[in-house]
Design a protein around this ligand. Structure first.
Ligand code: SF4
Length: 356
């Protein structure tokens, strides 16, 4: 289960730039009443892991938790097997389970899923009710994993612990503790990276991955856009962690650096300047002069092609101003994309974002 110490640790992430100037215990904003209205911690955890289409996402709670979070974000997958995210799975606990405990119902649900769907893994999300009742989700997941021979990963982010952002961090903890480092990749290259925090919403990863391919950068695993459970299990062999617009997963990359010696950088792929900057950061971090040279050639070609396409829009937007009222990383990443079009961004909100 999720402990107070774990929450405290995640709220005081030393690698967050805004934590450095604060005294111990004054890290990120603490959960406030009503914060779950914009998405609770469970919702944040599920959104972070849901792009794993080869896994079943099992919500251990009343049916309303699944219903409230259903289809909150469209993420694209190229997975050719059965996309398990097209179906909602919940243990649907009742008052009877609240009184007598929901562990048996959870164990039966895991058996049912394995017999009927054979996913690569099952993520089991605790929710407010099952966390308060005190179901031993860790033990049930461990038993299910041993019985069926696939990872059954407990995700301890019940809604009451805090915001969506905190849930995302807790999802990172679950992946780190139960998946990363549990399998070896078939091959490795000196240009292997992990993409952390891009969820391939409406397929945006597929805009920049062809550039990687031309340069020779290989994505070993993704957390979690268009990701595969088998790949994230091998993530410990990557040469670099690339955080994409997601400060909430800094704890994961900081711990992977401590545990596996993988350095990390934080970038964005919104717009021309950010994409160019991101590619340069990646190849410089990988440090191969031939790779850096290839990257510059690809950047020059892609920028020239894009400039030609943007020219009519730039004429249209000349002298225009924008105020952004978005959520999360979009506050700063979309600003950059708009600036590429010649729009002046005069103000932005920080809803669901860190001040940073
Ligand atoms: S986990 Fe808690 S806050 Fe989140 S949807 Fe379920 S009951 Fe609501």
């Amino acid at each position: 289960m999720v402990s107070r110490a774990k929450i405290k640790e995640l709220m005081n992430e030393s690698a967050c730039s805004h934590s450095k100037d604060k005294k111990p215990g004054e890290g990120c904003d603490k959960p406030k009443p009503g914060l779950a209205a914009g998405g609770c911690a469970f919702d944040g955890a599920q959104i972070s892991l849901f792009p794993y289409a080869d896994a079943v996402h099992l919500v251990h709670g009343p049916q309303t938790c699944l219903g409230a979070s259903w289809e909150t974000r469209e993420t694209k997958t190229s997975y050719e097997g059965r996309d398990h995210t097209q179906m909602g799975f919940t243990t649907g606990i009742t008052t009877n389970d609240v009184i007598f405990g929901g562990d048996k119902r959870l164990a039966d649900s895991i058996d049912y899923i394995m017999e009927n769907y054979r996913p690569e893994a099952i993520f089991v999300y605790s929710t407010c009710v099952t966390a308060l009742v005190g179901d031993d989700i860790d033990a049930t997941c461990k038993a299910g994993s041993e019985k069926h021979g696939v990872p059954v990963v407990p995700v301890h982010a019940p809604g009451f612990v805090g915001s969506k952002n905190l849930g995302s961090r807790l999802a990172g903890e679950a992946v780190l503790e139960h998946l990363i480092g549990t399998k070896e990749p078939e091959t490795t290259t000196p240009y292997d990276i992990n993409l952390i925090g891009d969820y391939n919403v409406t397929g945006d990863m597929w805009q920049y991955l062809p550039l990687f391919e031309k340069i020779g950068i290989r994505v070993l695993s993704s957390m979690s856009g268009d990701g595969r459970v088998g790949d994230i299990r091998t993530a410990h062999r990557a040469r670099l962690n690339v955080i994409v617009c997601a400060k909430s997963l800094i704890t994961l990359t900081r711990k992977m650096q401590e545990r596996y010696g993988i350095p990390w950088i934080s970038v964005s792929f919104y717009g021309k300047r950010d994409t160019t900057f991101a590619i340069r950061e990646i190849v410089n971090a990988l440090g191969d002069p031939a790779l850096i040279e290839r990257a510059e050639a690809v950047i020059a070609q892609a920028e020239a092609e894009l400039e030609a396409k943007l020219a009519p829009y730039k004429a249209l937007f000349e002298g225009k101003k924008a105020v952004l009222n978005t959520g999360g990383n979009k506050a700063w990443s979309i600003a950059s994309g708009l600036q590429d079009l010649g729009i002046e961004v005069v103000a932005t909100s920080v809803a669901k974002s860190t001040q940073d």
